[in-house]
Design a protein around this ligand. Sequence first.
Ligand SMILES: *Cc1c(COP(=O)(O)O)cnc(C)c1O
Length: 378
Amino acid sequence: MKKLIKNYPIARPHITHTERRHVLEVLSSGSLSLGPKYAIFEKEFAKKIGTKFACTVSSGTAGLHLAMIAANIQPGDEVITSPFSFVASANCILYMNATPVFVDIDSLTYNMNPDKIEAAITSKTKAILVVHIFGQTSDMTRIMQIAKKHNLKIIEDACESVCATHKGKKAGTFGETAVFAFYPNKQMTTGEGGMITTNNEKIYKLCGSLRNQGRAENMQWLDHERLGYNYRMDEVSAALGISQLARLDKMIEQRRIIAGWYNEYLKPYKELVQIPQVSPENTHTWFVYVVTLSHAKINRDKLITMLSRLGVSTKPYLPSIHLFSFYKNRFGYKKGDFPISEKISHSALALPFYIGLKKGDIKYIVKTLIDTIKSYEK
Ligand SMILES: *Cc1c(COP(=O)(O)O)cnc(C)c1O
């Protein structure tokens, strides 16, 4: 008989019978886009986050693009942001022909280090695009103070941190706009999809027009009053979003439990593996579970290959944006420009993390990880 090898992917969406039923209802309704679902999803999402408005879009990246337009970012402007992020948060600044100005990160939370922001501000700085990485917010107390002092707009990339809080206040409620994403590996999914939240009605209406070919809001199909895009979310995605949102608190709770098991099993191996740190001012909503390898001898990329042979998928999380070839060629960045970000990029490892993993699975994954590191040492 063939031996059963366990196989753990990095991430997996959690889809139940309720989601399937809602999606099938949409398919039978005949209304697959611009129907009733997206507006319901927007209302319920805004209510969940605690903003006045929410605007569905086709992806988090599309949402970031529209948030940049809404902030009136002009060619040549500078926008301060984090190098330790998914590439979309810096790319959206380039969509405007503006310049991303990176600020190195804090070595515990991996979010932008507020101590380093003011040195990066110039007369061209227009905004700070704050990224809340891995499920925990940046230090919004400090960042809001700096933004106020220098009259800078705040745009939040909350794509990885839905419902995370800083001093009890949710991600997405700090900035002029905030953007969320619902790709299948996020805490909740719509397949592809995203959401912009804001308390500003003008921005909400502008984003609604921009995502829909620039159509005038009151004349619907008759006039195009500005250059727009097709960044609409379809009804199937919106229906999926509504049912995922209804279960979001429960899903986050399950992610917390799984993260807790990892913390527990990894605790005895501090010399080899550093577990994620949460600031006492924050609550974490666990987009991913990322450890850093503290042992100097371990070759992270070789470890990834060895673990994948044992059925445990892991991933380098995340590479620093400034060292992507495109950014190096365009801006002349080099190794050493943002040392903390680079150090974390070099040693961070995302472990399998999704709802459905049991305590025994986590025990197995941790044992496999530790055994592999120890065998590699020899
Ligand atoms: C997921 C993500 C996005 C948006 O991704 P899409 O795939 O376009 O939905 C943006 N920024 C960060 C930090 C992300 O993790």
